[in-house]
Design a protein around this ligand. Structure first.
Ligand SMILES: Cc1cc2nc3c(=O)[nH]c(=O)nc-3n(C[C@H](O)[C@H](O)[C@H](O)COP(=O)(O)OP(=O)(O)OC[C@H]3O[C@@H](n4cnc5c(N)ncnc54)[C@H](O)[C@@H]3O)c2cc1C
Length: 479
């Protein structure tokens, strides 16, 4: 594949922010290359709670601007990518031991709706205890003193990112995946060294964007521009459990630390999360540990009439919030807002923020770049619809597993088994974790990508090993 070695813009990181900026720039006719060390969205952008939300809990910190921006983007996403983003009703149960009292919830709901203006997704209101129990029968009734119903969005985070990348590619953006940046020099002119298929290659773009999420400080370190870290990442893990919530997602207050935890229904499973603990190791080592799993299991068992065992937990996943360093004393109080840092005229970092607001962040970055390149621009991606491919739902992808695997390799940048089983389909999240189809899928990959027998065996054992290690942690959490 031929690439322009001197594009206008080179973006480091193929998470939702890198992809979003590439899409925004391609839409405006700028030549752009994205380099990603792994698969697209293999970092934080596939480890989110999968909510397209205004962030009701940020109201407690007075982050009204962030909530209003997120509510607006939430609305655009439900309009522009309805096959991947849907309206999700929530129940917020209030127990007599909760610190958040019904009157506080009432005010919060009112503000949440007000900040969404005419772009709300439904009418937020208080509901009776009996209605809450009728709707979600597994909820514990003892101590339940009230409940509220409100509306947010739910998404397939990795597919949304990958389909956005496909759209950006259609508009001229180039993506190099499994291509780590190994050197980045900014002065006197930008020079970025990458490793692609074992060969070193140098790009000389006009502008470099650091969109490496939790890895942003390591890129900054390569440039020598600053030794002061931008980030203070926190780890968030999720459990994938047997179905607990049926139609409504639940927002519960954790008894141990008053944090907010979501239990979100998906087709055939529930997602429970998340945690928020300081993390200072390499971002490559983020994983769900035993104590994180125990914390979430305890909170779920407090609010639901269920007793969970290892076989009720189908999977875990973990990611790092690329939060901006701040003087906040608790992780919950650290701002979820983003920052665009212009280190020099031709090097910027974009850090923090939420998945939901990626488009407005990309718009801000693209505007700064257009000014830097001295190019006029007009138009907005606000109303840009995402095309629907031949396998529009998780169910259609599972039903035609061979065809959809082939399609993903040929069209959706898939190169490894986990690219397909974790980020382009929902096999990983389901009971069985895709082990029931992994041989079949490996055959498709081997024939499409020309894998040798050894490569196929390595891929199979790497996928099986990762599933085995994950279940060992789950088992250890109960023993
Ligand atoms: C637990 C958790 C739950 C969340 N839930 C939600 C939610 O429900 N809704 C919401 O709106 N937001 C949520 N967020 C926030 C959201 O997921 C993140 O803000 C967003 O995904 C960050 O995207 P990013 O592109 O900046 O980072 P990433 O997705 O991490 O992308 C950075 C990319 O850079 C690549 N990279 C790193 N180093 C190099 C290198 N040397 N060379 C090339 N590439 C490199 C990485 O491989 C990675 O793919 C959540 C975050 C966490 C952690």
């Amino acid at each position: 594949m031929q690439f322009n070695n001197s594009p206008d813009v080179l973006i480091i990181g193929g998470g939702i922010n890198g992809i979003g900026i590439a899409r925004e720039l391609a839409f405006r006719g700028v030549s752009v290359v994205v380099v990603e060390k792994g698969d697209l969205c293999s970092g934080t952008s596939s480890q989110s709670s999968k909510l397209v939300h205004g962030g009701i809990r940020y109201l407690e910190h007075g982050d009204f601007g962030l909530v209003a921006d997120a509510c607006r983007e939430r609305f655009f996403l439900t309009q522009n990518a309805p096959h991947l983003v849907s309206v999700q009703p929530f129940i917020l149960p209030i127990y007599n031991t909760d610190k958040r009292r019904p009157w506080m919830i009432r005010i919060g709901l009112f503000l949440y709706e007000l900040l969404a203006l005419h772009r709300r997704l439904g009418h937020n209101h208080m509901i009776s205890v009996s209605k809450a129990l009728q709707t979600e029968p597994l909820l514990r009734s003892e101590g339940l003193v009230g409940a509220a119903e409100y509306f947010d969005g739910k998404m397939d985070d990795s597919r949304l990112g990958i389909e956005m990348a496909m759209q950006a590619r259609e508009m001229g953006a180039k993506f190099l995946t499994h291509t780590p940046v190994i050197g980045c020099h900014i002065a006197p002119n930008p020079e970025v060294n990458v490793l692609t298929d074992g060969t070193e290659r140098t790009f000389t773009p006009r502008i470099v964007i650091n969109a490496a999420g939790p890895w942003a400080d390591s890129i900054l370190g390569m440039t020598g521009i600053s030794k002061t870290p931008l980030l203070k990442p926190t780890l968030g893990i999720h459990l994938v459990t047997r179905p607990l919530a049926l139609t409504h997602a639940l927002l519960i207050s954790a008894a141990s630390d008053n944090r907010v935890i979501f239990v979100i229904p998906h087709d055939g499973y529930s997602i429970v999360g998340t945690t928020d603990t300081p993390f200072d190791r390499s971002p490559d080592t983020a994983a769900a540990g035993v104590s994180d799993i125990q914390y979430l299991v305890a909170e779920v068992q407090r609010v639901f009439n269920v007793s969970l065992g290892p076989s009720d937990i189908y999977a875990t996943f973990a990611g790092l919030r690329p939060l901006l360093r701040s003087s906040a004393t608790t992780t919950a109080a650290m701002s979820r807002d983003h920052a665009l840092i212009r280190h020099t005229a031709n090097f910027m970092s974009i850090v923090g923020g939420k998945y939901t607001t990626f488009r407005s962040m990309a718009e801000e970055v693209a505007t700064a770049i257009m000014m830097g390149l001295d190019r006029p621009f007009s138009g907005t991606t606000r109303g840009l619809h995402l095309p629907v491919g031949p396998f529009p739902t998780p169910e259609t992808r599972r039903r035609s597993v061979v065809d959809s695997a082939r399609y993903c390799i040929r069209n959706e940048f898939a190169r490894h088994l986990s690219d397909f089983l974790r980020r382009r389909t929902d096999y990983f999240f389901r009971q069985g974790n895709g082990l029931e189809v992994v041989e079949l899928v490996a055959d498709v990959f081997a024939s499409e990508l020309g894998w040798s027998i050894d490569e196929k065996v390595r891929e199979l054992s790497s996928y099986r090993q990762s599933i085995g290690d994950m279940h060992q942690q789950i088992y250890d959490a109960f023993n």
